[in-house]
Design a protein around this ligand. Structure first.
Ligand code: GTP
Ligand code: MG
Length: 455
């Protein structure tokens, strides 16, 4: 348990109906007492109030009323941080929340660091590390699928599986270590067979989890999708259609888009980050050249490319060049202007092609299906959402898998049991990192610093 008491504004800074200021730690109730004056007959000072009740009153600093508030009293251990907690709902807007916070700080609280409430929840055993990460995923989720995945992880679905995997590794390790202690006894063939089976089972399970990494990444970060093509092909028109609103300027003048425009949309449940770019062509214009340079940069970083072609025109030399240039990437060819007489002839086997008309919106739904089909193989299964791992989990599992494989091979070929035990210990530790059974201060810092202040 921590001996200092932390406080922060938990709601976004800006004007709103309400803001919430949070205090957590051993002196939360005492600091509440110093800052809060109950109003009316039934309201109490925090230290005199029952747990999980709301008190009405005023925040007062040096005799001056700061704001009229509702104050929630939450006593340990049934709180998010498992510490005594006070949550003050004050009027929204920068100043009331800031003055309430200042009062709490003046009365002995310390400003919380980003993610410190959740870090305490983790350190006090309320959440494990994978669950703590899910809190951040939940806050940042941009589609309902991402939210579902975050909720499943927060509910411990991934953690349960990871704990079982780790228990299995530890169990095998205990067996192997027992035999190291009695060097005269060989491991009986039956037992050895069982141990090997268990290890293979563990490796297969790690592979299963590792296969969810791409999906986990998509749900958390979205799919970066660059919309490219020659000027006037209809890239900005396409962006507007996909977003369902007029975001980018569309005009008949080639070279309209200069700066890249980035917007996130929900495509069949998946968060997709679309990047409209400047049309690719030779240019003398300094600004357009910079735009084209940025287009190239977006192209390089994109995980998916929508290559827009004008169906009413023949395939130009530059189109042809771009077709082969982008063929190594996940790509969909979008034949735009399908309302006009067709002149475009595509080369053989160009990969997925969708016909659209960006003035009427025709074909846009098929394009959304094509995007989903290309980036997410098969259905979106509930099972997948329960486990979809993040890149930190992926890294830990990859390390665990390598040494478990090594341990299994060593055991099979009767190598020294000490080596087997050492690898298994490394594997169990790596798996333990995922839920936070083995951690370092650096790891915790890097995870919780990504949180917002007040969470
Ligand atoms: N007939 C027809 N015209 C279209 C269609 N889609 C776009 N256009 C027209 O094509 C012109 C260019 O559209 P934009 O969306 O600005 O093209 P762009 O690829 O973003 O062009 P740059 O930003 O200059 O590279 C505009 O006049 C659009 O109205 C379509 O499906 N059919
Ligand atoms: Mg444009």
């Amino acid at each position: 348990m921590h001996d200092d008491t932390i406080a922060a504004i938990a709601t976004p800074l800006g004007e709103g109906g309400l803001a919430v200021v949070r205090v957590s730690g051993p002196r939360a109730l005492a600091i509440g007492d110093l800052s809060f004056q109950p109003a009316g007959q039934s309201s109490r000072k925090p230290s005199a109030a029952l747990t999980h009740t709301v008190q009405f009153g005023k925040i007062v600093r040096e005799g001056q009323v700061i704001d009229e508030v509702l104050l929630a009293v939450l006593r340990a251990p049934r709180t998010f941080t498992r510490e005594d907690t006070v949550e003050i709902s004050c009027h929204g807007g920068l100043l009331p929340a800031k003055l309430v916070l200042d009062t709490l700080l003046a009365n002995g609280a310390r400003p919380a660091e980003p993610g410190e409430f959740t870090k305490r929840a983790f350190l006090n055993g309320r959440l494990d590390l994978a669950q703590a990460e899910a809190v951040a995923d939940l806050i940042h989720s941009r589609t309902e699928l991402a939210l579902t995945a975050a909720n499943e992880q927060l509910a411990g679905k991934l953690s349960q599986r990871i704990n079982r995997l780790r228990d299995d590794l530890m169990h095998t390790l205990a067996h192997v270590e027992a035999h190291i202690d009695f060097p005269d006894e060989d491991i009986a063939p039956d037992t050895k067979h069982q141990l090997l089976q268990r290890l293979e089972h563990g490796i297969a399970f790690m592979d299963e989890l590792l296969r969810t990494a791409d999906e986990g990444q998509i749900l958390r970060r979205g799919i970066r999708t660059a919309i490219v093509g020659r000027p006037n092909a209809g890239k900005s028109s396409l962006l507007n259609q996909l977003l369902g609103r007029d975001r980018a300027i569309v005009s008949h003048i080639p070279g309209t888009t200069r700066d890249t425009i980035e917007e996130t949309a929900n495509i069949r449940g998946l968060p997709v980050v679309f990047i409209d770019t400047a049309g690719l062509r030779e240019s003398q214009d300094e600004i357009e050249l910079e735009g084209i340079r940025r287009s190239r940069e977006s192209l390089a970083q994109a995980e998916l490319i929508l290559h827009v072609l004008d169906a009413s025109d023949v395939l130009g030399e530059s189109d042809q060049q771009h077709l082969s240039e982008f063929s190594g990437k996940k790509r969909i060819l979008v034949r735009n202007k399908s309302d006009l007489p067709a002149k475009l002839v595509l080369p053989q086997n160009p990969g997925p092609v969708v016909n659209v008309c960006c003035t009427s919106g025709q074909g846009i739904e098929s394009l959304k299906d094509a995007i989903k089909a290309l980036v997410w193989a098969g259905e979106i299964k509930a099972e997948m959402l329960q486990v979809a791992i993040n890149s930190r989990h992926q890294d830990a599992l990859n390390r665990a898998r390598t040494v478990t494989r090594q341990a299994a091979d060593a055991l099979r070929t009767d190598a020294t049991l000490e080596l087997v035990a050492m690898d298994l210990r490394i594997a169990a530790n790596a798996v333990g990192e995922i839920v936070g059974k083995t951690t370092t201060e650096d790891l915790l810092d890097s995870i919780f610093s990504q949180f917002c202040i007040g969470k």
